[in-house]
Design a protein around this ligand. Structure first.
Ligand code: HEC
Length: 188
């Protein structure tokens, strides 16, 4: 029970994190902001959100403060009441949906990373064989669980949690590169 709970936590934590700039954030900017904030159209408020210009907006004291969505003008302005003079997009037209606001908030909270999904995982401990065929597995965001390798299936690895005997399919993409390697070389 304990381990399956941990696995569930690892998986939800992994699924909820790692917002991908390219596929999840850039399209929002393109649809809702570029009309006024793109070098290809207009640059209002000296703010361009094109991929190449965006890095200029990220950093302490800038519109996007990595890790601090609630202090980032970029996020705050999108959450203001529709009649607020500073609301973005202006006049409350074409507002971001709740889902888009969530993505934007998570992306900034995770570090406003422009490449790949979310913040880089913390240094993952090297996978160490444990007793009884149970191995340590590290998720792509650095969380560690212990489970028995039961085989590979499609793009996933079958991991059996010792305390419950339940086998879960974990997508390889949710594992650290080291654990992916371990999955590919592990023997049943
Ligand atoms: C219809 C045009 C328009 C659209 C669309 C628009 N903006 Fe703006 N934005 C402006 C204008 C004009 C300003 C400058 C306001 C000012 O200086 O008072 C501005 C300013 C800003 C600022 C403040 C810049 C600063 O340094 O003070 C932010 C942040 C911002 N916009 C974010 C966004 C985001 C994010 C979107 C898309 C969700 C967006 N805007 C969509 C017109 C627009």
């Amino acid at each position: 029970m304990k381990y399956s709970l941990i696995l569930a936590l690892v998986l939800t934590a992994t699924a909820a994190s790692a917002v991908d700039y390219k596929t999840q954030i850039a399209p929002i900017f393109r649809n809702k902001c570029y009309a006024c904030h793109s070098v290809t159209k207009k640059v209002k408020g000296k703010l361009a959100l094109d991929d190449a210009e965006l890095p200029n907006q990220i950093g302490a004291g800038k519109n996007i403060i990595p890790g601090e969505a609630m202090k980032s003008t970029m996020f705050i302005n999108c959450t203001l009441p529709s009649d607020d003079a500073d609301v973005m997009p202006p006049d409350g037209k074409n507002r971001l949906t709740d889902a888009e606001l969530d993505l934007l908030k998570t992306w900034i909270t995770e570090g406003a990373n422009l490449t790949g999904g979310g913040a880089a995982p913390a240094a993952a401990p090297a996978a160490m064989p444990a007793a009884g065929g149970v191995l340590k597995w590290t998720s792509s965001d650095g969380k560690v669980i212990e489970a028995e390798f039961m085989g590979l299936q499609d793009d996933g690895v079958l991991l059996k949690i010792p305390s419950t005997g339940v086998t879960h399919i974990v997508p390889l993409s949710r594992l650290s590169p080291e654990s992916q390697e371990q999955a590919k070389t592990a023997k049943k």
